[in-house]
Design a protein around this ligand. Structure first.
Ligand code: TXA
Ligand code: MG
Length: 346
């Protein structure tokens, strides 16, 4: 449903190959919008130095313009051109790049990232993705590429090219299909301020970062509410990863007609009456659960939707019940995304 300010365009789909990467890089340099796989989720790329391309990206996503974007670069040398690294940032980059960690750093004096991408902040969020297709694309472009998750703002993040197509067909120029992603939740975002602050839990568990730094990470409190003007890391908009169905957390039983997002080997009372059941990881593995999280939320949401079209529908079919999930390791990021999926929608 392109809005009036988003001219419809034809969305090409290419299987990842050297030729596809060259086409994608040329498209980005020309100001185009290209979705591509990273190890966390699919990103929607635009030339980070091109304000017009970034404006089009915000429009395609329907994203509030105060929500700044992550600049993706191929390596630490390229990162140093846009962000000022202190000793902490250097250690974290050495330990976790390339990989699912984003560092928020002060901009360099000649940082080429457009103000529109950083929403006027004097900091820039930088990430060096590990995915070979993302790496090849960034090297071919030769400059920073901003890339939010390739979904309509507020929808569940895409972990396959088909998810991207479902959300953004007609709004972007190209999708590079590199198969399903590996991690399944977005990067961890760390603010490298005087005290390092965990702005968003994600693909690198906070315990791993704390082990490298030898200190506990600060966490911003209190959580900003939905609609707050200047969220600290605006992925923190309370309702962000939202399916259309209501999401009920910490479920210890299932009501008839609810869809169930399960975790671990145990069956919940009432599960036999669920509209649908998907298990994030039957063996209770949090890494496997992260990989499945967004895809299963989408699939259960579609089932809840289909149900509500029938006459036999009950209110309960509009609900996804979620079993408790441990908070350690990737569990912190999974629980964070589920909390947002469950937050009241405005
Ligand atoms: O894994 C990921 O990080 C994916 C892939 C595509 O790389 N990208 C992603 O981008 O999740 P996005 O735009 O959906 O989330 C970026 C988050 C937002 O919450 C944004 O507010 C925050 O990063 N952010 C960006 N720049 C910031 C800054 N200067 N200060 C604080 N937060 C910032
Ligand atoms: Mg996102």
């Amino acid at each position: 449903m392109p809005s009036s300010e988003t001219p419809a365009c034809e969305t090409r789909r290419l299987k990842a190959s050297e030729a596809a990467i060259a086409t994608a890089a040329a498209c980005l340099r020309d100001g185009g919008l290209v979705a591509f796989p990273t190890e966390t989720v699919y990103g929607l790329g635009a030339d980070a130095t091109n304000a017009a391309a970034i404006a089009r990206l915000y429009a395609a996503k329907g994203r509030p313009a105060f929500n700044p974007l992550i600049a993706h670069v191929a390596g630490i040398a390229e990162a140093r051109l846009i962000g000022r690294f202190d000793a902490t940032a250097e250690r974290l980059a050495a330990a976790f790049w390339p990989g699912p960690l984003t560092l928020v750093l002060p901009k360099t004096a000649d940082c080429q990232v457009a103000d529109l991408a950083t929403a006027g902040l004097d900091t820039v969020a930088i990430r060096v993705p590990a995915h070979p297709i993302a790496q090849a694309l960034l090297r071919a472009v030769g400059g920073p590429v901003v890339a939010p998750s390739a979904n309509i703002s507020g929808h569940v993040s895409p972990t396959t090219a088909a998810h991207v197509y479902a959300d953004l067909n007609g709004r972007i120029d190209l999708i590079v299909d590199g198969g399903p992603v590996e991690v399944g939740v977005e990067s961890t975002i760390l603010g490298c301020f005087d005290t390092p602050v965990l702005l968003r839990p994600g693909g690198v568990p906070s315990e791993a970062i704390e082990a490298v730094l030898g200190t506990q990470l600060a966490r911003p409190t209190p959580e900003p509410a939905a609609g707050d003007e200047q969220p600290l890391a605006p992925g923190m908009l309370a309702s962000h990863y939202a399916p259309r169905a209501a999401v009920r957390l910490e479920a210890t039983s299932v009501a008839a007609g609810e869809a169930l997002l399960a975790f671990g080997p145990d069956a919940l009372p009432g599960a036999e009456h669920a509209a649908a059941v998907m298990n994030l990881s039957a063996r209770g593995d949090l890494t496997e659960a992260a990989t499945h999280l967004f895809g299963y939320l989408r699939a259960l949401d579609a089932k809840a939707d289909a149900k509500s079209d029938t006459k036999t529908d009950t209110k309960a079919a509009r609900v996804i019940a979620v079993m408790p999930i441990p908070h350690d390791g990737l569990g912190e990021a999974i629980n964070d995304r589920l909390r947002r999926a469950a937050a009241p929608k405005d």
